[in-house]
Design a protein around this ligand. Sequence first.
Ligand code: NG1
Ligand code: ZN
Length: 546
Amino acid sequence: MSHDEAVKEASAKHTTPAELVGKFQYGTAGFRMKAKILDSVVYRVGLLASLRSRKLNGQTIGVMITASHNPPEDNGVKLVDPMGEMLEAAWEKYATQLANADSDDHLVHVYNELVKTFKINLDAPARVIFARDTRASGSRLVECLNDALTATKTEVTDYRILTTPQLHYLVRCVNTKGTQDEYGEVSEKGYYEKLAAAFKQAMEHTKPQGHLTVDCANGVGGPKLRELLKYLPSPADGGLDVKVVNDDVHKPESLNHQCGADFVKTGQRAPPSSKAGPGDRCCSLDGDADRIVFYFQDEKNVFRLLDGDRIATLAASFIAELARQSGLMDKLTVGVVQTAYANGASTTYIQKNLGLQIVCTPTGVKHLHHAATRFDVGVYFEANGHGTVVFSPSALKSIHTHQPQSPAQADALTTLIALTDLINQTVGDALSDLLLVEVILAHKGFSCAEWLQTYTDLPNRLVRVEVADRNLFTTVEGTAERQLATPAGAQKDIEKIVAKYKDGRSFARASGTEDAVRVYAEASTRAEAEDLAAAVAQIVRKYGAK
Ligand code: NG1
Ligand code: ZN
């Protein structure tokens, strides 16, 4: 059978319901929707993965089947590029084109157009590795993916169930194996060993305080965290004292239900199942363990959130301190990347107190990651808890070749080197970020309350506004989505209102993942932040109705 025939024949097993043609879009999070309508999409993503691998001379591409923090009946699929980063943005549209082809013939046509455009040799090797989270629909979708990889004669490794960041790690390991940039052992065990060794090194002269409760959203993070703990020192040996909760992966309906990072961040409250007492350190992962937020109850039993902005400030201050203490400050610029949703108080703290550079990008991890790579050490986090730290090749070289001038410098350098291995540099990783935060809190001797005290958040409010067509709301290029270009007049109206509030800041933008416009507002008091958000939401409703 010819290549075309094989692709077409397998495609016939995975047809797209006619009413959905034209509706699929590969966004920041890949494709994500009700699992029952994803079969053809996953099949076609498999085709694209093989094309991309062939285009990149047989480098390995990753495919992850997950819908992160979405409800259990959803699923999704996304591609991972050779260095473990998200799919190159220019290729997202090809995924969209393939997904929307309205017949098997049309699909083969789109496929062949890509082969021609990129001069792809279909006889050259293609390599793909893939994994999925714990959703019930995952195994069926894996079959769809396998059909595409078989039809295209792609070499495959099925890593079965993994967190999203573990797959990103493995993709980078495979593609750097045997080179001077080798990232780690190409196995799940290699991931745990790398993190555990780095954690031990970073904790050499210090001990964690108290215990940590980890809510795993009843997702893949649960079993993987339990596995990771086996590689870490026990609490008796100065290791972490971790209590794992919400780690039931056998009740699919419990995934992300009343627990997990998104529940905690959006609702600004602990999971109802939480039994933590005042001051107890807690954190929540999301369904595929690429996000994490921390929280605790203060002495007045008030819920206190330590979100992505807090992790970014904590990590940036610690890394800048280590760079200074090890005598590397002149050689390393540490920068922080945020989005417009970062609390204004965190931005001021980073600039004024930490004296670090800051960049604001549009929403979406790919934008933040890209901007972070321009610094020697780039710390990026979305407020929702997705983020990491990236070290540039030259920063790594400076760190590894630096000669410390004193034992104090040597200690700081050892910790800094450990962090370069502890931090998953491919993508935000809840398990790696969890260890990072624990290391920093231990070194600083901080409780959650002390961490929270570093600065005071400005009161803020995020509102979701439904409009007839969210695409009418576009933003001015280069403003990181903080100013509306259209509808004409809306931005002026927003600014007039904002000017009336002390420390007022507000913006509106179309969501990339939901059919709505989001309004964010902050001001010096809670009541004013609420009022400002309501007033700007009203403006959005008015223009959205036109
Ligand atoms: P949208 O729906 O475009 O605002 C949301 C989150 C992002 C990010 C993406 C998923 C907010 C305000 N926005 O984007 O931070 O997590 O989903 O990639 O939380
Ligand atoms: Zn996620």
